[in-house]
Design a protein around this ligand. Structure first.
Ligand code: CMP
Length: 142
């Protein structure tokens, strides 16, 4: 089962630096929990202010991160990047709205799995936390 999952998700493991640099145990633990999630251009994946129960890794495509009223664009994220981590890490509502710019091939990770796994991999956890803090600082500046 694990071998099949590793084969199927080979692409995302290679593309996401967070996975590529992580050790094999981490990959083994997380891989069976990733859910494939395809979105169409213009789809809302996350809405600012909502409660966050998952995060997403981009295997293909790109998304834009905008303010709740959509008047400010904070970032465009693409292949290999992730989003939706802030609500999980900061224990806060979604900080921004995330909308697809094209067809995207995403991987979804639920909060329960995130919490369970990250507690065992402090290195990975601190990488995600650092990025969340950086992104928060950028939003607060704007
Ligand atoms: P979250 O707050 O859960 O939901 C919105 C997501 O947008 C957030 O997690 C981040 O993943 C992402 N995001 C917010 N601000 C930025 C930013 N300044 N740069 C890149 N991504 C961001």
């Amino acid at each position: 089962k694990l071998a099949v999952a590793l084969e199927i998700h080979k692409d995302v493991i290679q593309k996401v630096p967070l996975f590529k640099d992580a050790n094999d145990d981490f990959i083994r633990d997380i891989i069976l929990h990733l859910q494939s999630y395809i979105v169409s251009p213009g789809d809302y994946i996350i809405r600012a202010g909502e409660i966050g129960l998952d995060m997403f890794f981009i295997n293909r495509g790109s998304v834009e991160v905008v303010s709740a009223d959509e008047s400010v664009r904070y970032a465009v994220l693409s292949e290999g990047q992730f989003f939706g981590e802030m609500a999980l890490v900061l224990q806060a509502p979604r900080t921004a709205t995330v909308r697809s710019l094209e067809y995207c091939d995403l991987y979804r990770l639920d909060k329960g799995t995130f919490d369970n796994i990250l507690i065992r991999y402090p290195d990975v956890a601190s990488q995600i936390e650092m990025l969340a803090q950086q992104r928060k600082a950028e939003i607060d500046k704007k």
